[in-house]
Structures are given as structure tokens and as C-alpha cells.
Design a protein around this ligand. Sequence first.
Ligand code: NAD
Length: 251
Amino acid sequence: GQRLEGKRALVTAAGQGIGRASAIAMAKEGAEVFATDVNMEALSTIRDENLENIQIFELDARSTDSVTAGVAKANPDVLFNCAGFVHHGTILEATDDELDFAFDLNVRSMVRTMRAALPGMLERGGGSIINMSSALGSIMGAPNRFIYGTTKAAVVGLTKSVAVDYIKQGIRCNCICPGTVESPSWHDRVTALGKELGDYDAAMAQFVARQPMGRVATAEEIAALVVYLAADESAFTTGHTHIIDGGWSGQ
Ligand code: NAD
């Protein structure tokens, strides 16, 4: 199907994981996709998909200049803010530098891209913004996710605020709240915990045990929700947290 025909979609952090899978899924649905990342080496592998309607370019979500230039190039109808980082630890372990970094990448990056993209969306009378939150944060807490949960809860707040302010002008703004998803950075987290425990398999078992289904999600399963929120078929939903967590928080 071509559910996104005629739409221009900008994705941050499309080099790997959920961002990459979402860029590919949106292109397969007919969108003109602008896939961006700071890691051009990872991002360039998207060319292997042989999808003519994906353009790639470098966009640093932590830089206002980079975001402004990238948004001007893409002029998006759909904005998927996917960039984010997971810090490990409790409030007593979190450093101010880590907090500043996480608020900048996980939260302020979205302020930058939305400030840049909203004027064009308003001019055209419509747009769909999809922000990457997490099941961890406003939905539930998890051990050693203080910085992460705090910033991902902030994403819910900014999403609802933008949704309310522009609801009459055809702009929709939703966020997605995944459970644990298979991705390169997730594999790094499993490996790190494995080193801590001295047992990789035990670390993997711990992550999988968090998920009541007994498995983690694929990036493609999250991308399907991104496609839905980007498409006009989701026209009646805005300002919401779309939980996709394998039943984690629903137990
Ligand atoms: P990932 O963490 O493996 O990849 C992240 C990508 O972000 C990398 O390609 C990296 O180069 C890019 N990036 C880093 N800094 C950037 C910057 N300044 N500007 C632009 N791009 C930058 O991918 P993932 O695990 O799929 O995570 C993607 C998003 O999904 C994150 O916001 C994450 O918090 C969120 N999330 C992930 C999970 C999970 O379990 N994997 C669960 C819930 C939410």
C-alpha cells in the first residue's frame, strides 16, 4: 500500500534502530523520506535498501543550526523526532553533565525541530509530529533509569502542549512509548550489564524477563506505529502517549 503518498517525512536518528526502521517503513508507504543522523557511516547503509524516495543527510539534533538547515531542506509534513540516549543509574549516580546532555538530546532536540518545522506545517495547514518517548518515564519507572525516565516524561509534556496549541490548525502531535526494543544501543546495554554481572546470558535474560511476552520488540514493530501516526488514517488522534510495550505497563 501507499499510505503516505505525497507526504514529506523527516526522521532524526535514522542511522540505526527504530529511526532507521521507521524511515524505511515510511518510504515503503510512498513518503518522500529525509533520513538523518550524526553518524553518516551508519546512515549511509540505508542506501542498501534501494529505495529511491529516501534521501540521507547529516543532522545533529543537538545543534540549532544543523536542525534549521535540515528542516529547511526537508520541509516536512511528518516529523519523527527519534534521537535519544539512555543513561544508566539512580538519582545519586547521575551527574549534572549527564543530565544536561540528556535534556539536550532527548528533550530540547525536539523543541529545535518543532520550532523549525511548525511554521511550514502551519502555512500548509497540516502536519503530524511524532515524538519518541518511552514506556519508562510517565507510564512507569524502572531501576537505574533516573535520567532517562525524567527526560522521556518531559517528552510527554511537550507533546501534549504542542498538540493543544495547534489542534485547530491541522497539526497533530503524538508521542510513542515503547517497551524494550531490539537495536544496536540496546545490545550495548545488554553487553554492559553482562560485564557487570559477569554473565551475558543472565543480562539478556534480565532484559527479556521485563517483557511479559518473553521477548523484546523488533524495530519494525515500532515503525508500524510510526507509519500509522504519520498517515491520515490516524487523523483523529493527537496529544496522546501511544504505548507499544508488549503488555509491560498493562499488567
Ligand atoms: P539507537 O540508540 O541504537 O540509535 C540511536 C541513533 O541516534 C544512532 O544512530 C545515533 O547516531 C543517533 N544520534 C545520536 N546523537 C544524535 C544527535 N545529536 N543527532 C542525531 N542523531 C543522533 O536506536 P534505538 O534504540 O532504536 O533508540 C531510538 C530512540 O528510541 C531513542 O530516543 C530511544 O530512547 C527510544 N527508545 C528506545 C527503546 C529501546 O529499547 N531500544 C525503547 C524505548 C524508546
